[in-house]
Design a protein around this ligand. Structure first.
Ligand code: URA
Length: 261
């Protein structure tokens, strides 16, 4: 085995699956000192946008405006899917193997939103098909919902390398695609999984523990009001079984609300 193969094998055994970052870096160069960093206009400009400015609606990005304009031209989910596949404004696209667009019934009553594709979704091109997806399918079944009758999507259509948390910029850039999917499906209710998706759609910075279990209205760009219910992400439930009881009570709330509206 060559040295390079041995290093790659060692990385894989350590759980490192991706070998790319958003920006190229010279690992042999000494790190920039804080003083030099402050003088570097590129860093200052980037930092002006980057620090946790929430709500996300305060982040103004050309790529996002571009996505917004494009989306308004999409009259069907197929149009929109083609637009997302051709969109080059988010660098995640270039490290992902596939574009994972929404899946399911285009006239679904329940629209479900997760964070971003993981490795299984990236490989198969469909949201929530890995371990979290299998748990989600079972969760839905407990309240009489079939995964194929719902519409399932993510805030991001591309997998962040190594499943890292998406940056605010990536979310803001791709948000118009999610919002247009909501308008085109026009569901009765939106079920949001996890904090990233809840913060992105509801434009706040609350923890999932405080958001979960409450109905919060989401208003589309066209003024349609749709109730949302947030709950824990299935990936979190797989790690923290003790929270399944709260998740179960959220599912029951979802079921009752669906019967009411
Ligand atoms: N986690 C998500 O948030 N979405 C997926 O599609 C898969 C895992």
């Amino acid at each position: 085995m060559s040295d390079i193969e041995a290093i790659v094998e060692w990385y894989l055994l350590s759980g490192v699956e991706d070998f790319c970052a958003d920006k190229p870096m010279n690992v042999l160069q000494p790190a920039e000192t804080p003083a030099a960093k402050a003088q570097n206009p590129a860093t200052v400009e980037n930092d002006a946008v980057r620090p946790a400015i929430t709500p996300l609606s305060q982040i103004n990005m050309a790529a996002s405006r571009n996505a917004e304009e494009l989306c308004q031209k999409a009259q069907t989910l197929d149009d929109l899917k083609a637009m997302v596949e051709n969109f080059d404004g988010c660098s995640l696209k270039f490290s992902a193997s596939s574009t994972v667009f929404g899946y399911g019934n285009p006239q679904a009553e329940v629209l479900i939103i997760g964070e971003a594709p993981g490795s299984d979704e990236d490989r198969l091109g469909e949201p929530f098909v890995g371990k979290s997806g299998q748990l989600l399918t079972k969760m839905l079944q407990t309240i009489g919902l079939n995964r194929h009758d719902c519409y399932i999507t993510n805030i991001l259509p591309w997998r962040p390398p190594g499943n890292r948390t998406p940056t605010d910029e990536e979310i803001v850039t791709c948000l118009p695609f999610l919002k247009r999917q909501i308008e085109l499906v026009d569901p009765k209710i939106i079920f949001i999984l996890g904090r990233s998706a809840a913060n992105a759609l509801l434009d706040n910075n609350e923890s999932i523990s405080s958001l979960r279990g409450h109905f919060i209205d989401y208003t589309t760009e066209k003024g349609k009001v749709i109730p949302t219910l947030s709950s824990f992400h299935p990936a979190y439930l797989l790690r923290t079984a003790a929270q399944k009881a709260k998740s179960w009570s959220d599912l029951l709330r979802l079921k009752r609300k669906l019967e009411e509206i």
